[in-house]
Design a binder for this molecule. Structure first.
Ligand code: CMP
Length: 138
């Protein structure tokens, strides 16, 4: 069972000033922050992070959006972290997200959906290591 996941509070949520409220939801749901930084991805870095979606029609739009402004990246620890965090953030499309989830509250569209959460233990590790060195993971 996984006990770590990776998240990013995306540029749309940062612009709207929702970072603090989202971090509060994360803490109250029982996740421990074991790494965190605010940063601004270049187009190059956003493209690398989402390389798995390179062939998708929305890839260009996704890279533009993710490099539009600052994000907050974090590694979170909790029993069953990947699955529980995806429940907390809700469906990718906010129109389908359950009441009380981060995306229901703060996302505006499938593209500008406020927050990212890893979809597997393997990707949580890859994504965490993309942003944080070993010395920055507590
Ligand atoms: P995320 O969970 O970060 O992982 C992939 C991202 O691609 C997703 O959130 C959305 O921001 C974006 N995405 C997925 N599907 C679409 C779509 N149909 N149109 C635009 N962006 C999308």
């Amino acid at each position: 069972m996984s006990n770590r996941t990776f998240t990013m509070i995306k540029p749309d949520a940062t612009e709207k000033g929702h970072t603090g409220a989202i971090l509060k939801m994360i803490n109250e749901a029982g996740f421990r922050i074991v790494a965190m930084k605010m940063t601004h991805l270049s187009r190059q870095k956003a493209g690398e992070f989402y390389a798995v979606h390179k062939e998708r029609p929305f890839y260009g739009e996704l890279v533009e959006f993710m490099s539009r402004g600052p994000i907050t990246a974090a590694i979170l620890e909790k029993e069953n972290a990947v699955e529980d965090f995806r429940k907390l953030i809700g469906a990718t499309n906010p129109a389908e997200a359950a009441e009380g989830t981060v995306r229901k509250l703060y996302a505006s569209s499938i593209g500008e959906n406020a927050i990212h959460g890893s979809d597997s233990d393997e990707n949580a590790k890859i994504e965490s290591d993309f942003f944080f060195s070993k010395l920055e993971q507590f």
